[in-house]
Design a protein around this ligand. Sequence first.
Ligand code: AMP
Length: 282
Amino acid sequence: MVIQTFRTVQDMRTQVTAWKATGLRVGLVPTMGNLHAGHIALVKAALAQTDRVITTIFINPTQFGANEDLDSYPHTEAADSEQVADAGGHAMFIPSSAEMYPAGFSTRVIVDGLTDCLCGAARPGHMDGVSQVVTKLLNQAHADVAFFGEKDWQQLTVIKRLARDLDIETEICGVPTVRDAYGLALSSRNGYLNAEEVDIARKLNVILKKAAYDIAAGGFAIDECMKAAKALMKAGFSGVDYVECRDADTLELLDRSEGRSCRIFAAVHVGPARLIDNHLVN
Ligand code: AMP
């Protein structure tokens, strides 16, 4: 199926303006492409809440560190567009780097506090790049609602905060993490793994779930549970960037869970991939 593709901000805006003029609600699904069922869940959530859905593909260079996988990040535009069309999406927005960052571009978006920890600390500059590109996409599209995955919980939290702080009218909606049959959160970076590494990767959610259970039901101290989780991760993964229990809204580090909505966050390395996941402490 062929889907309408916009490559310039102006063309996309003209279409959004026309849709809105007829009373249609517009949904936006920002991605970096190489789409899987997790991304398609965002498209479906958008279709359930809005009348017209634009999926964006932009591999944003400003959110990659110097030694990260920007150059090898998969470009699968044709297959991505087909998946979105099959899911019922209405249009793609696939801008070039020059369209997003024209010569002389010099504006940054920094969300203080929320970006100092977790992936913000482990990948310096990453959250600032995300904030920058998402602010631009939200301003470009003027959608009614934009959809982001809970897999990237810190990112979702930062985006909600910047949208509020900068008076962006688009509502920010989180969508639950889509997992494989073994609980592994779907990720474009899972494609870097061989079969043996996939087996290791599948342990991540099991360890997080156990830690969440021990804190919530077992009444164990958070720091003991985090130490135990880290030890299990170190035994299986080639690196552990962090495993921490934090307030779900403020991302404050917690040593007691009482009365707080909290989540356990982890980032680990397996083979050539860095994987992240998070789990609610219920
Ligand atoms: P990415 O292309 O990795 O930048 O992801 C684009 C969007 O898809 C982000 O909002 C992610 O949080 C979301 N996403 C990625 N993987 C999943 C997943 N397994 N379940 C739900 N959402 C996801």
